[in-house]
Write a protein that binds this ligand. Structure first.
Ligand code: PGA
Length: 248
C-alpha cells in the first residue's frame, strides 16, 4: 500500500519568523488524514519546523543537499547536517535547480545515493519542457532523467524514493497539466520503473504530480490511479490552502 505524500515546496520563501507563524496556523488547522503531509523549506527554517511539528505526523523536507560527506564546498549543506536536525525528506533535481544551478542527472544520482545511505527519503523531480512536449520527445526525455538519476540504485533503496513528475510548463504558471496528461506521464513513469525494477518494487514507489496544484484542482489530480500525491509550490505558502489540498 502506497501512502500518498503531499509536500509543500516553499522554494525561497519565508523567513524563520514567517515559518513559525505558518507552523502555528497550520497545526491549528491540521487533522491527521490518510495522507502524509510535509513541508520542504529553506535550510534556515528546517530546525524550527522539525521542533514545531514534533508529534504531529507532519514531515519536514529540505530542497537540496550536497553529495559529499563534508569538505571545502562553500555554501553547501551535507546529508549529515540535515539528519542531525531530523529532516524526513529532501527534494533532488527540481527543474529550477537544473535550470539555474547546473543540476544534472549525474549530480541528482550522487545526491540520491548519499541520501539513501542515511535516513532521509529523496523526492526526485523529473519533467519535460513545453518544447519537449510539443515536439513529442516528452516520454524519452523523462525516461532518460529516470535512468540517469537512478543509475546504480538498488531495488530496496528504490522503494524509499518518491518520484515527482513536474512538467516545467506547469510550474508557477497557473497552467496545470490536465489530470489525464498528468496521469499519462505518471503511468509511464511507473511502467519505466517496472522495466527497471520489476512490478513488486515499482508498485511501492510513491509518484507525485507537481505544477500549479491548488485547492480547486487537488481532488481531480489526487483521484488519478497512478498519482500518489502532490508537490505544491505557491499554494503551500498559505496554511488554509495547503490544508485544503491535503483534505482534497
Ligand atoms: P507551483 O510549484 O505549485 O507553484 O507550480 C510546484 C513546484 O515547483 O514544486
Amino acid at each position: 500500500m502506497r501512502i500518498p505524500l503531499i509536500a509543500g515546496n516553499w522554494k525561497m520563501f519565508k523567513t524563520k519568523t514567517e515559518a513559525a507563524a505558518f507552523a502555528e496556523e497550520f497545526k491549528a488547522l491540521y487533522r491527521g488524514t490518510d495522507v502524509q503531509a510535509a513541508i520542504c523549506a529553506p535550510f534556515t527554517d528546517l530546525e524550527l519546523l522539525v521542533e514545531s511539528f514534533r508529534g504531529t505526523g507532519i514531515g519536514v523536507g529540505a530542497q537540496n543537499v550536497h553529495f559529499e560527506d563534508e569538505g571545502a564546498y562553500t555554501g553547501e549543506i551535507s546529508v549529515k547536517m540535515l539528519e542531525e536536525i531530523g529532516v524526513d525528506f529532501c527534494i533532488v533535481g527540481h527543474s529550477e535547480r537544473r535550470q539555474y544551478f547546473a543540476e544534472t542527472d549525474e549530480t541528482v544520482n550522487l545526491k540520491i545515493k548519499k541520501l539513501l545511505s542515511g535516513s532521509i527519503r529523496p523526492i526526485m523531480c523529473v519533467g519535460e519542457s513545453l518544447e519537449q512536449r510539443d515536439s513529442g520527445v516528452l516520454f524519452d526525455f523523462v525516461k532518460s532523467q529516470l535512468e540517469g538519476g537512478l543509475k546504480g540504485i538498488s531495488p530496496e533503496d528504490m522503494k524509499r524514493i518518491v518520484v515527482a513528475y513536474e512538467p516545467i510548463w506547469a510550474i508557477g504558471t497557473s497552467r496545470t497539466a490536465a489530470p489525464e496528461q498528468a496521469e499519462e506521464m505518471c503511468a509511464f513513469i511507473r511502467q519505466t520503473l517496472i522495466e527497471m525494477y520489476g512490478e513488486e518494487v515499482a508498485d511501492e514507489v510513491v509518484i507525485q504530480y507537481g505544477g500549479s496544484v491548488k485547492p480547486a484542482n487537488a481532488t481531480e489530480i489526487m483521484n488519478q490511479d497512478e498519482i500518489d500525491g502532490a508537490l505544491v509550490g505557491g499554494a503551500s505558502l498559505k496554511a488554509p490552502d495547503f490544508m485544503q489540498i491535503i483534505d482534497f
